[in-house]
Design a protein around this ligand. Structure first.
Ligand SMILES: NC(=O)c1ccc[n+]([C@@H]2O[C@H](COP(=O)([O-])OP(=O)(O)OC[C@H]3O[C@@H](n4cnc5c(N)ncnc54)[C@H](OP(=O)(O)O)[C@@H]3O)[C@@H](O)[C@H]2O)c1
Length: 244
């Protein structure tokens, strides 16, 4: 098999991952580290980062990144490029879910979700796109949700709106980078067993939820595919739903 058609070896490939402190992001960080990727982890509180497998490691850079701060994306990207000199993938994982019922929901909750779930990934895409193009095999994985694919009456309308917008952003990113080998995927898990949904009514029962590492495996799968294996959306549902 020629090199362009083979899976891409992780060694030496640099990945920026937001929200690595816990939940899905922590699982993605661990799995990608085990596979040999070079990691730049964006977290709100670097000093509080508690990943048992992470020791002093030349393959990992930890940067302060708050999705609500406008300048954070450019600063984190610059720090990554300064340290490693290249960038091969961006995983937009940081996200937040605030309750927002249709009739009575508070707009400030929607504003926060727009900021973290949509505007921050856009800023990171803008900051990283040239470096991803230069890679020739740049990858973007946006952690969306099955809530980016449909609405259920029990859901937060604001969260669902922002995850639908993240789907749109992913498809826009596919067009921006395609000619230069950038491939973007919206990864859409159903319920995952993390704090995000720990106290939420109406979601898949805990015993049936996805484990964060299952989502991490999907991220690893997407990152290593060659340029001619294009996955625009990957839905990992925990339950049977029409069309999902
Ligand atoms: N759990 C699910 O059922 C599920 C299903 C589908 C999709 N998702 C998506 O998967 C992603 C990860 O969710 P999770 O389940 O792992 O949630 P989680 O356990 O609540 O973790 C959320 C992560 O996002 C970070 N974060 C939140 N606000 C941030 C901000 N302003 N700036 C920087 N980082 C911020 C958190 O950092 P701190 O530790 O600093 O708070 C944490 O690392 C989210 O995009 C979520 O929407 C989750």
């Amino acid at each position: 098999m020629s090199e362009v058609h083979a899976n891409i070896p992780p060694q030496g490939r640099v990945v920026m991952l937001s929200g690595a402190s816990r939940g899905i992001g922590a699982a993605v960080a661990q799995r990608l580290h085990e596979e040999g990727y070079v990691l730049s982890l964006g977290v709100r509180r670097p000093a509080a980062l508690d990943l048992p497998w992470l020791r002093d490691d030349a393959r990992v850079l930890v940067c302060e990144y708050d999705a609500c701060e406008r300048a954070a994306a450019a600063r984190w990207t610059a720090a990554t490029l300064e340290r490693f000199g290249r960038l091969d993938a961006l995983v937009n994982n940081a996200g937040t879910l605030l309750p927002m019922p249709f009739a009575s929901g508070d707009e400030s909750a929607l504003d926060t979700m727009w900021e973290v779930n949509v505007k921050a990934p856009l800023r990171l895409l803008r900051a990283t796109l040239n470096a991803l193009r230069a890679s020739g095999r740049g990858r973007v994985v946006n952690i969306a949700s099955t809530d980016g694919k449909r609405f259920r009456p029990t859901d937060s309308i604001g969260y669902t709106m922002t995850k639908h917008a993240l789907m749109a952003l992913t498809h826009a990113a596919r067009f921006e980078g395609y000619a230069d080998g950038v491939r973007a995927t919206a990864l859409c898990p159903g319920a995952v067993d993390t704090e995000l949904i720990a106290n939420l009514a109406g979601v898949t029962p805990r015993a049936e939820r996805l484990q964060p590492d299952t989502v991490a495996q999907a991220v690893a799968f997407l990152l290593c595919l060659p340029n001619n294996a294009v996955v625009a959306e990957l839905v990992l549902n925990t339950r049977l739903e029409s069309m999902l």
